[in-house]
Design a protein around this ligand. Sequence first.
Ligand code: AMP
Length: 281
Amino acid sequence: MEILSTPSLMRDWRKAQRGTVGLVPTMGYLHEGHLSLVRASVAENDLTVASIFVNPTQFGPNEDFERYPRNEERDLAMLKDAGVAAVYMPGVDVIYPGGYETYVVPGATAELREGGSRPGHFRGVATVVLKLFNATGADRAYFGRKDAQQLRVIRRMVTDLDVDIEVVACPIVREEDGLAMSSRNVYLGSEDRKAAVVLSRGLAEAKAAYAAGERGADVLRAIVRSRVGSEPRAALDYVSLADEVTLAEIEGRLERPALLSLAAKFGSTRLIDNVELGLPD
Ligand code: AMP
């Protein structure tokens, strides 16, 4: 497995390969969710590149950039085991050298939800993802549905900026009790870890109501709010029921496939989760 630390080394490696390349962008501290993306890429491409980069421009000034969990050695062993051909692992000053000033600014898809609570987050995400696409020259890129708004922002960017890459979406991988896997779950103390199950439970209850015929957007949002609200350790940030593609918030009745998503804090740990309504599982 090659380890490449600059865009030019990455590009030279790609030019020397034949066949298709799949890219799995990550911020490291890998878990089964990341590995499910790697497996999808390994199955569908001749070669898989994983990137590990904790991207400072997608963190707000009071967020967890400095303390974001890192374990390079373990990540590399996991990627090697999973059949990754190369790991792109640039430093911050390689991605953003002195004089850096160019950013991708997403539009309406990036507003509200994560974009509302984390101003500038998707500008950082879109910028770094485009840089990863350019450096790796990948044919396909794999993203988790866990970061549902991110996935839509990236699809929109690829369409709008004529980026020659296929974006592949992969299902959310969950712990046994339903909590969506996340590198940030490591921050949770044991009480908060137990309490965090209300997120997936609230979403599952709304999904069950939807399956039983409920179509009222307010009712579906209220089911989630009520379940999360029943847990005193949870501080709900938002619950959103939005158009599956544009993420325009739905009022009244739900008549098209929709994304039901939320964010909540347990102590200082902010978690997100979502389910899709009206689409095959
Ligand atoms: P991150 O390292 O958190 O930036 O995540 C890197 C990629 O892994 C993103 O495309 C995420 O959506 C995806 N991912 C993270 N957690 C999960 C999960 N539990 N299930 C599926 N994909 C995930």
